[in-house]
Design a protein around this ligand. Sequence first.
Ligand code: ACK
Length: 860
Amino acid sequence: MWPKGNYCVLLFLLRSVLSEPGTTNQVVLLDTTTVLGELDWKTYPVNGWDAITEMDEQNRPIHTFQVCHVMEPNQNNWLRSGWIRRQAAQRLRFTLRDCNSIPWVSGTCKETFNLFYLQSEEPLPSTTRFRPTDYAKVDTIAADESFTQTDLGDRVLRLNTEVREVGPITRKGFYLAFQDVGACIALVSVKKSGRVSRHSASHGLVVSSGGERACVENAEERDTPKLYCGADGDWLVPLGRCVCSIGHEEIDGHCQACKPGFFKAFAGNTKCSKCPPHSSSHDQAATVCHCDKSFYRALKDPSTMACTSPALVGVVRKDWATENSIALSWEQVEQPPADIVDYEVKYYEREQEQLSYSSTRTRTPSVVVTGLRPSTVYVFHVRTRTTAGFTAYSPNFEFSTAAEDPDVADQGQVLVVVTASVGGFSLLVILTLFLLITGRCQGYIKARMKSEEKRRTRFHSGHVPFSGIKTYVDPDTYEDPTQAVEEFAKEIDPSYICIERVIGAGEFGEVCSGRLRLPGRMDVPVAIKTLKGGYSEQQRRDFLREASIMGQFSCTNIIRLEGVVTNSRPVMIVVEYMENGALDSFLRTRDGQFTVLQLVGMLRGIAVGMTYLSDMGYVHRDLAARNILIDKSLVCKVSDFGMSRVLEDDSEAAYTATGGKIPIRWTAPEAIAYGKFSSASDVWSYGIVMWEVMSYGERPYWEMSNQDVILSIEEGYRLPAPMGCPVTLHQLMLHCWQKEAGQRPNFTDVLSFLDKLIISPGSLLTLANDAQSLTDSSEDLPDYPLFISIGDWLDSIKMSQYKNNFLAAGYTTLDSISTMSVDDIRRIGICLIGHQRRIISSIQSLRLQLHHIQQNGFQV
Ligand code: ACK
């Protein structure tokens, strides 16, 4: 139970309402304000959610359920409803306390909860065991608005309303289950809405006369009927809507012409945009801004793009090509209007039609582009960066790579053959996939580069061209950061983005899921990060900074940027959608459900992404499982780039003595002490991510304080192997946690080590010795004063139900349990693997703390 007045409580009121067909009457089926007895709701574990009766603002009693375990990490508390007869839709109303308003819970507090359901023909017998895996996820629910204590202090219930459709329900009824993973939520009611009622939505911009409906002047009809839920929980079906035509924007229900100096190139509910630099519009209702004299825009450039001074580049020639690379050169301009800084070469596979492109920079008018596919036509275009800005792109030039040379054995193929003989078919498939994936991260595979180089010498001895490996360009080096966004991120017309639902909350605004519908392309599921209103210019820059970083990367294990919306409100960053969300919470809800090989596969993906980043010269600084996203095929991708400089967004980041904000548990000692961030410090963090993955999302160093973590690391302690972790993986972790940065492996080493493990999975069979594996050279534990009892300890880790198991087996003191192994834990009758894991982790933490106390004395 938490101190009164410090947290919001969770109020739960079940009120079921049925909409009668064709009417707006609602029939109250169940109202907890009138129910005196217990509701048929169950909690798992028993001490997760509490049933409590509260008074509402009119002093009426409400049966409530409460949960707010925001101080402890790794929450997994379930609340299951009674059996609900089948209906069409469920409506949820709740309040959600924001984590920012609870300062000491950084890292543990969440702002979402998960909604699940289970279908059945009839209510399940009361003896049925609750198994989370039986339940299908409906959604992660996040608040549109979160409230602080002050908001709640006035006793007026301010509510968020969320509507979710459950199903399709094919059985007679279902249960709802609410999974709390560490939030402070107040659910106030759940309603059932039974029927779909059809309304024709009048969406503004509509005139009616004699029953006829039409769009206002300069508006046009969009016949994309879309199902959405109205505020009363019923389904509304708009029959069409009107949007302002090109050159017009909506003002007070009318479509008015864009003013001179502004333009609007697409029909839609967006505002007219200011003309891009070096262009202007002199008339009203401009659909495009024309380039000023002596400035040009390439034919295919979008109308949102600035006009630039004339292209400085003439013809681009192909000097030579191998199966994986193409060498290009072009004429240096004789009299550039400003000093040339460098050239940018953009390229993509012709068949891909610019779905994704890569780019590279060179200071000389030549380049060797590597990492290409054999017998493939690529489209290249080049532009020059001068001290006065970029020129326009050259026209497109198409060149093909050479056909594959059958004499030169491909290393990847050799590897696959070896794998097939070693590990059988499934491993072959896994490895082949890995190799394919790896091959798609252009410009970084060292092995390929070597054989590539050999061939290059054969074709072109004596010439030492620019390497062609992309390097990361820090957006902060741009005088005008908007230029970096323009350069690295595609502007998307907001009418192509269909936002479907809120999936979470970021530092700058909500994160939503939706679809990107580019004309002539298949729909792409996307995640949309929004910048909430009222932002300052600095916040807008910080927000978009992430896009200008992400847009430079092209690797299967790095989250892909689809584009940005900067010319209208809200400002958005659109990225690929990752069905399973953040890796840490995903693993926490799937405790013990993957094979070691699957976990290693996840780690390998992260290592591929990090190898790519380090080869690009990019240091992440905040590598942690919470910043890895995982998709439905369990492919892991590195994300969260915006905060590589300032870690304001990361709830784990703490202020250091030097004023920086650092996620202590994940950060290498030299980075904490002197701010010395490097790829080697990223490798340290990678070791921590390995530990998080192998322990299914356990919190590194458990409940130790940041200060104790720093001291323990300084004294040479390292995290012990998680339960069930192969000893080889723990050794790799320890290698990543070498005190001297120079002695740590680099990401290429990590990757090849993991590959070796995958090729010979036998090496994964030897498990580290569970509770005994502290990595210092320590010795027998001394006699400790007993600070707390076994009961207190079990309460603190929410395992109170096992008190009797410990006592009956003779474990009465803390030091008596400190040497227990997982076998001991099983022997005293603790069978659930998640519980064994939690207890063993805590014992390891205790050992670490006890040892620390032995060395430093006990400080109150
Ligand atoms: O664990 P989650 O569901 O995964 O909750 C967080 C939330 O948004 C706030 O960051 C989710 N999220 C962020 N980016 C994506 C993405 N590209 N695809 C799917 N979910 C995402 C994240």
